[in-house]
Design a protein around this ligand. Structure first.
Ligand SMILES: [Zn+2]
Ligand SMILES: [Zn+2]
Ligand SMILES: [Zn+2]
Length: 126
């Protein structure tokens, strides 16, 4: 079942999360890698940049699908996930690390989507 995230306002601030399940090329994102497995997260405990800065005030976590950097969402004060994508234009894809959320978001294509039969997103358990 597609779960529309309700506690975080970041990706739909750009475009409404599309409730339709896509597959492969129909996702509307030009950046999906051949291997959809998420890279190893830089941290399981939280936002790597927040932890480095000595803060723990993030709300939700996103994982960069190019390098595995864990960043905080746009409802978090520091908004590190978006900052990473802006600073690193060839890293436009993130996945949610929130339990029960499997969606991707592409900053460059401004699309949020789920994919049928894709590997599960890395899920933060702590
Ligand atoms: Zn894309
Ligand atoms: Zn952060
Ligand atoms: Zn990255």
């Amino acid at each position: 079942m597609f779960a529309r995230p309700t506690t975080c306002r970041d990706r739909p601030a750009l475009v409404a999360l599309d409730p339709v399940r896509y597959n492969g090329a129909m996702a509307g994102c030009r950046h999906l890698p051949d291997d959809l497995s998420p890279p190893p997260p830089s941290d399981w405990a939280g936002c790597t940049s927040c932890i480095a800065a000595g803060r723990r005030d993030w709300v939700h976590l996103r994982e960069c699908q190019a390098c595995g950097l864990v960043g905080c969402c746009d409802s978090s004060p520091a908004q590190h996930a978006t900052a990473h994508a802006r600073r690193t234009p060839d890293h436009p894809l993130v996945r949610s690390m929130e339990p029960g959320e499997n969606w991707w978001y592409c900053y460059d294509d401004d699309r949020a989507f789920e994919l049928v039969a894709a590997p599960p997103a890395p899920t933060r358990t702590a």
